[in-house]
Design a protein around this ligand. Structure first.
Ligand SMILES: [Zn+2]
Length: 300
């Protein structure tokens, strides 16, 4: 264990023992009330962790309403006022389009009355069986070491499985055509990675592709890319944690907190509490500024 993960473990243990995580959660819900929502980002959901994921969802469902993208969008409607038994909505999103999301995550979410947003990569989905691992290593997870990955890490969902998820009420989002880093791309490349990808997914699902999630780090985006994203998508999800406040945030720049299914109860409770968001506030400000999203801008 290095110093960073030791510190992280210490902070989580201290917050859990002092019940600071539960207090922070209540405070966050009370302050923002009916305007508050949360988006969670997940990657692989292997069957070996299915029971652990169900346990996390059971804990979550006592504090949040596990929702759908359509219902989450109501955060920006004034109509939801005055609900005394308010439980904030939480939206689960899954990046890269692994088959384990189709086999494990989708049915689990359905059993909790929710639906996910699956950000797929068309070139990955179209990989032949003997090309998927090479694509995964070179495009999706360059840090992956041979021998580290199991088949469930790198096996993609097929276009047919993607279409089936859409028909079952899940949202299929765009995660670029080939898992490209968008920062500094030419307009032609942006059109290819965002526009061509959106058209391909829409042809598979027969539905508009409302959501987009950019690849890699929180700052792997620029104003040109963001404008191209907005031409095709209503919702853009950033890999940058934060609470979503319907009075301040807009659908074109939504914060996402990464909470993987492998995390322990102490870890995920800490992450759901929102305490970690404090560390990210400078980055949220920088992203807003970079993309010229002013606070207090109206929704839609
Ligand atoms: Zn990705």
């Amino acid at each position: 264990m290095n110093l960073r993960s030791q510190t992280r473990a210490f902070v989580i243990r201290a917050a859990t023992m002092s019940r600071m995580d539960e207090l922070a959660f209540r405070l966050q819900t009370r302050l923002k009330g009916r305007y508050y929502g949360l988006v969670v980002g997940v990657h692989e959901t292997p069957s070996s962790l299915e029971a652990q994921f169900r346990q996390q969802l059971e804990w979550v469902s006592k504090r949040f309403t596990i929702t759908t993208l359509d219902r989450f969008a109501k955060l920006w409607e004034q109509a939801s006022q005055g609900n005394a038994s308010f439980k904030p909505p939480v939206l689960f999103t899954f990046d890269d389009g692994r088959e384990s999301n189709y086999t494990v995550a989708a049915p689990l979410l359905e059993s909790f009355g929710g639906r996910g947003v699956f950000f797929v990569v068309p070139a990955f989905a179209e990989c032949a069986a003997d090309q998927a691992l090479a694509f995964y290593r070179s495009r999706i997870n360059p840090n992956s070491r041979p021998g580290d990955e199991t088949c469930e890490d790198w096996k993609p969902m097929s276009p047919k499985q993607i279409a089936e998820l859409a028909a079952r009420g899940h949202a299929i989002g765009n995660h670029t055509l080939s898992h490209e880093r968008l920062l500094g791309l030419s307009p032609a490349m942006l059109e290819q990675e965002i526009g061509t990808s959106a058209r391909k997914i829409a042809a598979w699902t027969g539905r508009p592709v409302d959501g987009f999630a950019w690849t890699f780090g929180w700052d792997a985006v620029d104003a040109n890319a963001w404008r191209a994203i907005q031409r095709y998508h209503r919702f853009c999800f950033a890999p940058c944690p934060g609470p979503i406040d319907g009075r301040v945030d807009i659908p074109a720049l939504l914060w996402r907190r990464e909470i993987e299914v492998k995390y322990s109860p102490a870890e995920y409770r800490f992450l759901y509490s929102g305490l970690v968001d404090l560390w990210w506030s400078t980055r949220r400000r920088r992203l807003r500024k970079l993309l010229q999203v002013s606070q207090g801008a109206s929704g839609a």
